[in-house]
Design a binder for this molecule. Structure first.
Ligand code: PEP
Ligand code: MG
Length: 579
């Protein structure tokens, strides 16, 4: 049994069979071929060998033209290795005689060859890299692209990977992926956010562990504590089974709050809306008793599709949400692409600092036809319900004004063509940078509402990459610098009479609910799974008590102290609620 500690990013406990993706994303379970399928599988292996051979020959020819024959010799050597009679025989025999799945046969055989070279104490050991290259190329040809591999999962598994991008995570089939754990990844990454949206328990930032596990082995994944247990013993499995049962019972008991308002004990009504990435989550929010959708992250329309969405694709998605959550506000955020939210096949040049680069509203303002297409669809959806638009990562007033100008222009266009829309559709901006907080008194004069994105605000305030496990301990919503920015934002918005919402992950964590209420927050937008718990806390506290808690927290000078204090306040509250 091997117990690993990582970062808990999506709650829930799950027990299942491992599916291992190596650092290139290849899925190589120890799988066997049925006798009747051996010939077909051998053909598949032969075509992968032929395709790999063609690829190597193409590389050889290209290099020969560019650099000359001596460099092309490297590829000649690869070809010779690939076609080596003994290697080919071993591969064939692994499939024919031992009934190994071709992928497993390739991986096992070539890795054994590579290890022999690695063990040699001279320059020949470098040849191991050539063998790994051939292995990867063969696997690529056998398996196709990584995304297809992930999409092909058709039985319940726990995915164990080096890393998963937000778009790969968005494409996971939650009917089968019962949880995932990765070596890389940080607490505020979009991979984490998507996992929570899909309600797939997840642990990230575990460090290297894939060498210790094989596909098909049992795994326990504890997304509450950030623990992964490989090869668990029977006793541990039994203990975790009880935990799964207890969580199920709690969920049933919380579901009773569904139709009750989120009102504090001193009569203050709190609005709890849901954060969604996919239209289907609208229904999930409603079934948990939300007051609307506070953040629809539309970039996932792009990240889950191989082609650019059309105006009709946008409109269909937005109408689905309006239909799913009727009569309640729906805040549609314009594309927040860039940074870690890139398409896998994106061909744009790699930016040196993508989080500080061409992302979000900056990207939309650079690609006006794309931006206008989305705005047209949002405006058309505004004729169907209480739709509002939200601009992400606004950091200067010029950006806000430009975005509003494009919106006004699109409105004129629609009006000219007699297309229905809500001319007074509310327009909001995300507050995600210290600049936005500092200048908020100026911004609030030109927006109808603000939404505080603490995920990015923490990142930009503390200069800590939200997706980097190496600095995960510094990525902290409890940091006094963050609390002060929150207080200022809420004060400025209140004085200006502009509604303010917190839609970062922080508002979905019940540890912060009392603090946020005490700071004056009256609207929270949270992942669908957090709605019942946050509602329960709101219904158990008074704003007067929360103010005292917020004052105390604000007087503290360190994140650790604040966190311990808030944890203790929550513990006390829950023990009273249960008693
Ligand atoms: C945020 O930054 O807090 C936010 C809600 O936006 P995202 O997580 O999509 O960057
Ligand atoms: Mg953000």
């Amino acid at each position: 049994m091997l117990k690993l500690q990582g970062i808990a990013v999506s709650p829930g406990v799950t027990i299942g069979e491992a599916l291992v993706l190596d650092s290139e994303g290849f899925r190589i379970p120890r799988r066997f071929v049925e006798r009747s399928a051996v010939d077909t599988e051998l053909e598949r292996l032969a075509s992968a060998v032929a395709e790999t051979s063609r690829e190597i020959a193409r590389n050889r020819d290209a290099v020969k033209i560019e650099l000359g024959g001596q460099y092309a010799a490297i590829f000649e050597a690869h070809l010779a290795m690939l076609h080596d009679e003994r290697l080919q025989q071993e591969l064939t025999s692994a499939v024919r005689d031992r009934n190994f799945w071709p992928e497993y046969a390739v991986s096992r055989t070539l890795r054994r060859y590579a290890k022999v070279f690695q063990g040699l104490d001279n320059h020949i050991s470098q040849r191991a890299h050539d063998i790994y290259d051939i292995e990867k190329s063969l696997l690529r040809n056998l398996l196709g692209q990584r995304r297809e591999t992930l999409a092909a999962i058709s039985q319940p598994v726990i995915v164990l990977a080096h890393n998963l991008t937000p778009s790969e995570t968005a494409n996971l089939d939650r009917r089968f992926v019962k949880g995932f754990a990765t070596e890389l990844g940080g607490p505020g990454s979009h991979t984490a956010i998507v996992a929570e949206g899909l309600e797939i328990p997840a642990v990230v930032g575990l460090g290297p562990f894939l060498a210790d596990v094989s596909g098909g082995e049992p795994v326990i994944l504890d997304g509450n504590q950030g623990i992964v247990i490989l090869q668990p013993d029977e006793e541990t499995i039994a203990r975790y089974r009880l935990e799964v049962e207890a969580a199920r019972a709690t969920a049933v008991s919380l579901s009773r709050l569904r139709d009750l308002p989120a009102e504090t004990t001193d009569g203050v009504r709190i609005q709890i809306t849901g954060n969604i990435e996919f239209p289907s989550e609208g229904e999930q929010c409603l079934s948990r008793g939300c007051d609307g959708i506070g953040l629809y992250r539309t970039e996932f329309l792009y990240l889950t599709s191989p082609r650019e969405p059309t105006e009709e694709d946008h409109f269909a998605a937005y109408s689905e949400v309006v239909r799913a959550v009727p009569g309640r506000p729906i805040v549609i955020r314009t594309l927040d692409l860039g940074a870690d939210k890139m398409r896998a096949e994106s061909t744009t040049e790699q930016e040196r600092n993508p989080c500080l680069g061409l992302r979000s509203i900056r990207l939309s303002l650079r690609h006006l036809p794309q931006f206008r297409t989305q705005l047209r669809a949002i405006l058309r959806a505004s004729a169907l319900g209480d739709v509002r638009v939200l601009f992400p990562l606004v950091s200067t007033i010029v950006e806000l004004r430009q975005a509003r100008m494009v919106l006004a222009d699109v409105m004129e266009d629609l009006a000219e063509h007699g297309i229905a829309f809500n001319r007074s559709m509310p327009v909001g901006m995300m507050v995600e940078t210290p600049a936005a907080v500092i200048m908020l008194d100026v911004f609030v004069k030109e927006v109808d509402f603000v939404s505080i994105g603490t995920n990015d605000l923490i990142q930009y305030t503390l200069a800590v990459d939200r997706g980097n496990k190496e600095v995960a301990d510094l990525y902290n919503a409890s940091d006094p610098a963050v609390l002060r920015l929150l207080r200022r934002s809420l004060d400025v918005a209140r004085e200006a009479g502009v509604p303010a919402n917190v839609c970062g992950q922080m508002s979905g964590s019940v540890m912060y609910t009392q603090l946020l209420l005490g700071l004056g927050l009256r609207q929270m937008s949270v992942p669908p799974s957090s709605i019942p718990e946050v509602k329960q806390v709101c219904r158990s506290v008074s704003v007067a008590e929360c103010r005292v808690i917020a004052e105390k927290a604000l007087a503290m000078d360190g994140a650790r102290e604040v966190k311990a204090f808030l944890r203790e306040q929550l513990r006390r509250l829950l023990s009273q609620t249960v008693a």
